[in-house]
Design a protein around this ligand. Structure first.
Ligand SMILES: Nc1nc2c(ncn2[C@@H]2O[C@H](COP(=O)(O)OP(=O)(O)OP(=O)(O)O)[C@@H](O)[C@H]2O)c(=O)[nH]1
Ligand SMILES: [Mg+2]
Length: 217
């Protein structure tokens, strides 16, 4: 249980872009037209991979959150996903502002958003933001760009798995770093032992010389 991996994912974006609906689709595989989910809701889903359990905690936010709640939400999350609606230009314009607020507040680069979502891809006849614009913004923010639909379920699972993957990569990187540090420590310890051995050997030689001198006398 202690080794179970936990990952806390937060969805951030302007109101009405479909954050709660995406979470509902991922957790329940359902789409509800008028979803009622209070702000700050947290959800948990467990995965079993081989003999390991992975817990995904998901935080639902709203753009009406106070600065205090917003900052608390950033504290809570390991990974942050940015969401706009492809049918809503205002929500697209808000992305940079939200990104700035997150990077201003968080000192941990790990928390900088790595995934940008254009949701409501099923409403292509009402599209206001082209795929190209989405990709360009993603490139600018150093994010991966994915279009989703909470209504049809398109790519919804993928965005949570992508976050999980990023977390695994980070974990592996840290493990390798720790291993390298450990190897370096071992090497230093070996060098130290070698030095000590050399010193002892020198001391023995000197003692031997002294002894030899005594014998001669
Ligand atoms: N067609 C379509 N409608 C969607 C989609 N996702 C959400 N909606 C609808 O968009 C409206 C807003 O969805 P919510 O999930 O409440 O949006 P939200 O981002 O949680 O909004 P706030 O909680 O106010 O910040 C609802 O009427 C949803 O049914 C989608 O992928 N396709
Ligand atoms: Mg909501």
């Amino acid at each position: 249980m202690d080794n179970d991996l936990e990952i806390r994912i937060g969805l951030f974006g302007f109101k009405g872009v479909g954050k709660s609906s995406m979470i509902m689709r991922f957790l329940m595989n359902e789409f509800v037209e008028e979803i009622e989910m209070g702000m700050g809701n947290r959800f948990r889903r467990k995965f079993d991979l081989d003999d390991e359990s992975i817990y995904i905690y998901i935080l639902d936010t709203t753009s009406d959150d106070s600065e205090f709640i917003f900052n608390n939400s950033i504290e809570y999350c390991d990974r942050i996903i940015l969401v706009y609606s492809i049918t809503d230009r205002l929500s697209f314009n808000q992305i940079k502002i939200i990104y700035q607020k997150i990077t201003d507040y968080s000192k941990e680069e790990k928390k900088y958003p790595k995934i940008l979502i254009g949701n409501k891809s099923d409403l292509f006849t009402k599209r206001q933001i082209t795929c190209k614009e989405g990709k360009e913004l993603a490139r600018e923010l150093n994010c991966k760009y994915i279009e989703t639909s909470a209504k049809t379920g398109e790519n919804i699972n993928q965005i949570f798995y992508e976050s999980l993957l990023l977390e695994f990569e980070e974990l592996k990187k840290n493990q390798n770093q720790n291993q390298n540090n450990q190897n370096q420590n071992n090497q230093n310890q070996n060098n130290q032992n070698q030095n000590n051995q050399n010193q002892n050997q020198n001391q023995n030689n000197q003692n031997q010389k002294k002894k030899g001198k005594c014998l001669l006398m």
